[in-house]
Design a protein around this ligand. Sequence first.
Ligand code: HEC
Ligand code: HEC
Length: 198
Amino acid sequence: MSIRRTDLYALALCGVVSVTQMALAAPEKLEVCTTCHGADGSGAGFDNVPIIAGTPAAHLEEALYAYQDGARRCVEEPVMCETAANLSETEIVDLAEHFSAMGRISAGEARDEALVVIGERLHTEHCAKCHVLPGDEEVEDAIGIPLQGQRSAYLKLAFQSYLSGDRETLVPEMAEKLELLDASDIDALIKYYSSYEL
Ligand code: HEC
Ligand code: HEC
C-alpha cells in the first residue's frame, strides 16, 4: 500500500513523522519517472529522453497535460504517455516542481564549428525571442522551453514529431517558424543546441 501525501501530513500533525521526513518525502510516482529521466533529470543513457532538470515548472506541466490530452503522442516511447495518463493534477504540479528546482545540465555533445555558426544565427533570428537561455533571468516567463544544452536525439524526435503531426504546436508562430526551416537548418540548430555548454 502506498502512503499518500495527505496521510503524511496527518501523521506529521500527530507527531509520528518529523517535519524533516516530510520535506524529504518525494513526490508520488517519482520513482517511475526516474527510471528513464534519472534521479538528476538528465535522462543519461537514454537517447530519446529529454533533459528535464531545471526546465521551468510551467513548461513541464504543460508537456504532461499535452501527453494526457493527446496534443503530444509518444511515438518512440509509449510508456511516457501511459505514465502521464495516470497522473493527477496535484502529482503533475509536484513532479514539475521537483524537476524544475534542479540545476540545468548540458548534454555536452561534440561541437561542429561550421554548423554551430549557422545554427546560432538561425536561432537568434527566428527562435531566441521565445526560447531564451536556460540561465536567463526571464526564463520562467519565456513563451518557449529552453533548448540550449538539450540532447540531440530528443531534439531530433521533437522536430520529427512536429513535422509528422504527432505533436501540435501550442503557439501558431512556432509552427510558422518551423515551416521556414529545411533539413540542413534543423541539423545546424540541433548541433548548436546539443553542444552548447551552459
Ligand atoms: C519509459 C521511459 C519514461 C518514463 C517512465 C517517463 N518518461 Fe518522460 N519522457 C520520456 C521520453 C522518451 C520523452 C519524449 C517523448 C516524446 O515527446 O515523444 C519524455 C518526455 C517528457 C517530458 C517533456 C519534456 C519536454 O522538454 O518537452 C516531460 C515533462 C516528462 N517526460 C516528464 C516525465 C515524468 C514527470 C515522468 C513520471 C511521471 C516521466 N516523464 C516518465 C521517457 C519517459
Ligand atoms: C512565438 C514563440 C516561439 C518561437 C518564435 C519559436 N518557438 Fe519553439 N516552442 C514554443 C513553445 C510555446 C513551445 C512548447 C509548446 C509547443 O510544443 O508548442 C516550443 C517548443 C519547441 C521545441 C520542443 C522543445 C521540447 O523540449 O520539447 C523545439 C525543438 C522548438 N520549439 C524549436 C524552435 C525553433 C528551432 C525555433 C526557431 C526556428 C522556434 N522553436 C521558435 C514557442 C516558440
